[in-house]
Design a protein around this ligand. Structure first.
Ligand SMILES: NC(=O)c1ccc[n+]([C@@H]2O[C@H](COP(=O)([O-])OP(=O)(O)OC[C@H]3O[C@@H](n4cnc5c(N)ncnc54)[C@H](OP(=O)(O)O)[C@@H]3O)[C@@H](O)[C@H]2O)c1
Length: 215
């Protein structure tokens, strides 16, 4: 199974590539393919230190979409719509949104689009895609630090049961992540709003990379 990452040179893209590229073929996308090639080469070198072989390569965002059976949208919310408007070929693909539409004001707060959530906006913009919300609450530093297992919960929601199941299996096969079925894609609004909460908890309690668990 190939996983394309749009915006794969960023914190989440690079972190997910480190964790996933020893088991999946990761196609890192960027607006600038050379930048993605550099990120993929760095990942290969990084994983060598752990005795792991990384299967990843850098391409343009469009090529990442074309190649991926799963496409992860690892771009900031403010660039989501413009990025998707320049890309095509999402029909039938599982498109994962970890995107959190939030802002830092006096504190972190959710600022959803009129559609209700980033994932619902993705569904509107990519009508043929099988949109899944996942990975919203895992801090990039946790993805990147291979010395520590990621022992947190991952709420996953979608209107496509098979797509949701594929992503939940991917979650459950990664480090110590545990997937929870959160229901239909409309629940994405609640999942996305967890992240500004976690950032406020981290800030006001002097914590880092706070995650969630359900017990
Ligand atoms: N960071 C976290 O801890 C975290 C945790 C959970 C979820 N998320 C979500 O994951 C998504 C990615 O977060 P991130 O922290 O990885 O973001 P980021 O590092 O700030 O940016 C990711 C990538 O987006 C691309 N990008 C930047 N400006 C752009 C523009 N004007 N137009 C199009 N693409 C642009 C860049 O790729 P190129 O320059 O290579 O094109 C960049 O490497 C966000 O939606 C965020 O809410 C983040």
């Amino acid at each position: 199974m190939k996983i394309g990452i749009v915006g794969g040179t960023g914190d989440i893209g690079e972190g997910m590539c480190r964790r996933l590229s020893s088991r999946y073929e990761i196609v890192l996308g960027s607006r600038d393919a050379e930048k993605a090639i550099t990120t993929s080469e760095c990942t290969v070198e990084f994983l060598k230190k752990y005795g792991l072989k990384s299967c990843c390569y850098g391409v343009s965002n469009q090529e990442a979409v074309n190649a991926g059976d799963i496409v992860i949208l690892a771009v900031p919310f403010k660039h989501l719509e413009s990025t998707l408007s320049g890309l095509s070929g999402f029909e039938g693909k599982i498109v994962v949104s970890p995107v959190n539409p939030m802002e830092k004001r006096d504190f972190f707060t959710i600022v959803p689009p009129p559609e209700g959530s980033a994932a619902l906006l993705v569904k509107k913009l990519l009508p043929g895609a099988r949109v899944v919300t996942a990975f919203n609450t895992i801090a990039a530093n946790r993805w990147k630090d291979l010395d520590v297992e990621i022992d947190v919960a991952v709420p996953v929601c979608s209107d496509d049961a098979d797509a949701k199941s594929v992503i939940m299996d991917l979650v459950n096969g990664t480090s110590m992540l545990k997937a929870y079925d959160a229901g239909p894609l409309a629940v994405s609004a609640m999942i996305e709003s967890l992240t500004p909460l976690l950032l406020n908890i981290a800030r006001y309690n002097k914590m880092h990379d706070v995650g969630i668990k359900f017990v």
